[in-house]
Ligand binder design. Structure first.
Ligand SMILES: Cc1ncc(C[n+]2csc(CCOP(=O)(O)OP(=O)(O)O)c2C)c(N)n1
Ligand SMILES: [Mg+2]
Length: 620
């Protein structure tokens, strides 16, 4: 007879989660490093009590905002190369919908995240329960239905035994390299507390290993044939290279064939910046070295990338009409984009087999040498913008690029740098000299303001021995900073560099580029009675951080040297110029300019826009 154990659904869930294991660096560790929780009536009695029972093996962490807790969980998974993850639970209603943005972020970035929002009573007796969104035409709808389009798997648990197949499906999604993304299990409040006789076997320890699909023979043969004929081959390294931990295989593949590599935001740090074949950033925020090659390339191996518009310059970057893409990707959805020859496989396995099949092939020396000289030229240009400000230049405030140079000098390439939105992602993509794989942590799939600080906390929890440096603008800081207090509370020290340009600098620049009037982006251009003068250092201090404001790049470097020695989260604030960004490198980005306007600046921008549209290649 099957041995059973009588538990509530919530107890079964937490017991199951704490028995899921994986292997990291040869050591068995739990898949779930913890559960972030803010309790309300929708989860405190059921799931809350169940979490208390497993608090040693599955720790519960309390944050200050559900979205931020989910950001921390997502960042933890990213910094763990998707091997480990966290869950997040909220009450019904606003706590749940606060997590929808984070679910979308995890979905875009293909990162595992287990969301456990409470849900309305399955028995419907108390309806409408506090915070219930009542749908007039559909009795089965609750606020949690918002998660459906942004979940890879969604389920609502209306009976305790449903958790058995739901968790099986959840684990299948969360641990699969191709399907991986957010899973939402909406837990009806009454059902969390309901008991069932669960089979004991359900709670047996399970060890999940990383699945590495190998290429299909025909797809591999087609990819090799295409590459063998290449005169101007190029590799685009995306986040898939990092998650597959395929840097060594990538280096061996490109070194043997003399193929230059460029990196997406997600793929930056696939190769160290100093690798001679690494042209670094590609696309809208790319280096001149990478973009020059992209314009001419004939065979482009796109490894583990979604080929988003920042990578392809909205499909105006690749100008060779004879080009062929090879989509080496674990996910067929991505592998077949833009008429690519699909090579559906894990990046590591795919690169190994491509390398084996290509033996003897070498890209023309002129192409490889051209790449190397382009890189040297770029490095000279980058050194100029990241160097110390020229004391004779008389610029009132430093640029973002100069701040990046200072952070690089003070923290070194070994630190993990993290950023997400604003002017920083573009500047960082171009200018940061990345070290080890994963040391460059950009959330630029969703580019979600407010990811940074909670993300820094999650990354630190995944990499306790690393210095984590969060680079953040004033706008993003004001949107979501509460997890500074959590980082202090948990003793998870992060370094935060806050660039205060008094507004949404990058959008203001974009507005000007598209002919717009300076309007509603920089604080000075907004409707206001009083221009805010925010003391960010005092704000951060009030949350428990060590903080200081610095007045120059030299002061920033010494403040960061002090920050390194601190054992508590440290915030260093510096005023920056909102108007300057690095002109070198980059390529066009499609931002639609109005066809009709009374303003001549818009009409001029539209004319320019229409010319640029002609460069877009669709389907050739
Ligand atoms: C949640 C969210 N809202 C709006 C945007 C659009 N957006 C992108 S960058 C930006 C301004 C960011 O300001 P700040 O953090 O100060 O950086 P800066 O542009 O000044 O460098 C805005 C509004 C976004 N990416 N995310
Ligand atoms: Mg700003």
């Amino acid at each position: 007879m099957t041995k059973t154990i009588r538990l509530t659904m919530a107890q079964a869930l937490t017991r199951f989660l704490s028995n899921q294991m994986t292997i990291v660096d040869g050591k068995k560790v739990p898949v779930f490093a913890g559960v972030w929780a803010i309790f309300g009536h929708g989860n405190v009695a059921g799931l809350g009590e169940a979490l208390y029972q497993v608090r040693e093996e599955l720790p519960t962490y309390r944050g200050h905002n559900e979205q931020a807790m989910a950001h921390a969980a997502i960042s933890f998974a990213k910094a763990s190369f998707r091997r480990r993850m966290m869950a997040v639970t909220s009450s019904v209603g606003p706590g749940a919908t606060n997590m929808v943005t984070a679910a979308a972020l995890a979905h875009v970035n293909r990162l595992p995240l287990l969301l456990l929002p409470g849900d309305v009573f399955a028995n419907r007796v108390p309806d409408p329960v506090l915070q219930q969104v009542e749908s007039f035409g559909d009795g089965t709808v609750s606020a949690n239905d918002c998660f459906r389009p942004v979940s890879r798997y969604f389920d609502r648990i209306t009976r305790p035994e449903q958790i058995i197949p739901a968790l099986a499906r959840a684990m299948a999604v969360l641990t699969d390299p191709a399907e991986c993304g957010p899973v939402t299990l909406a837990l009806c409040q009454d059902v969390q507390a309901e008991a069932y006789d669960y089979p004991e076997s359900f709670f047996e320890e399970r060890v999940w290993t990383q699945r590495r699909p190998r290429p299909d023979r025909d797809e591999l043969a087609a990819a090799i044939a295409a590459l063998k004929s290449a005169k101007k081959p190029l590799v685009i390294a995306g986040g898939g290279v990092i998650y597959s931990q395929a840097s060594k295989e990538l280096a061996e593949f490109v070194e043997a064939a003399g193929i230059p590599v460029c990196e997406t935001q997600g793929g930056k740090s696939s190769l160290p910046d100093m690798h001679p074949l690494n042209m670094a950033a590609i696309g809208v925020t790319g280096t001149s070295a990478a973009n020059r090659l992209a314009q001419e390339a004939d065979v482009i191996v796109a490894v583990g990338t979604r080929l988003q518009d920042f990578t392809t310059g909205s499909w105006a970057l690749f100008q060779n009409s004879e080009k062929t893409f090879i989509g080496l990707n674990v996910q067929p959805f991505d592998a077949t984009k833009h008429r690519a020859l699909p090579l559906v496989a894990d990046a590591k396995e795919g690169l190994l087999e491509l390398a084996a099949g290509l033996q003897g092939y070498k890209a023309p020396a002129s192409w490889t040498d051209n790449a190397k000289s382009g890189k040297a030229e770029w490095q000279r240009a980058a050194a100029k913008v990241t160097g110390l400000p020229n004391p004779l230049a008389n610029a009132a405030l430093p640029s973002d690029a100069q701040v990046i140079g200072a952070v690089q000098r003070a923290m070194g390439s070994e630190a993990t740098v993290l950023h997400a939105a604003g002017g920083l992602p573009g500047e960082m993509h171009k200018l940061w000299q990345a070290g080890a794989p994963g040391s460059y942590h950009a959330e630029y799939g969703f580019s979600c303001m407010g990811y940074e600080i909670a993300g820094g906390l999650g990354a630190k929890m995944a990499k306790p021995n690393d210095e984590v440096v969060v680079m953040i603008g004033d706008g993003s800081y004001l949107m979501l900073n509460s997890e500074i207090a959590t980082s202090v509370m948990l003793g998870q020290k992060i370094n935060i560099v806050l660039l205060d340009n008094r507004g949404y600098g990058c959008i203001n620049r974009l507005q000007m580029e598209t002919g717009g009037a300076n309007f509603n982006n920089l604080l000075k251009d907004t409707k206001h009675e009083v221009l805010p003068d925010i003391d960010f250092a005092a704000h951060a201090r009030s949350l428990g951080a060590i903080s200081e404001k610095v007045a120059s790049i030299a002061e920033l470097e010494s403040a960061l040297a002090r920050a390194k020695q601190n054992d508590r989260t440290t915030v260093v604030v510096i005023d920056t110029d909102p108007l300057i960004s690095t002109e070198e490198g980059g390529t066009w980005w499609d931002v639609a300019v109005p066809e009709v306007s009374a303003r001549p600046e818009v009409n001029a921008a539209r004319k320019d826009y229409e010319e640029k549209l002609r460069l877009q290649r669709v389907g050739d």
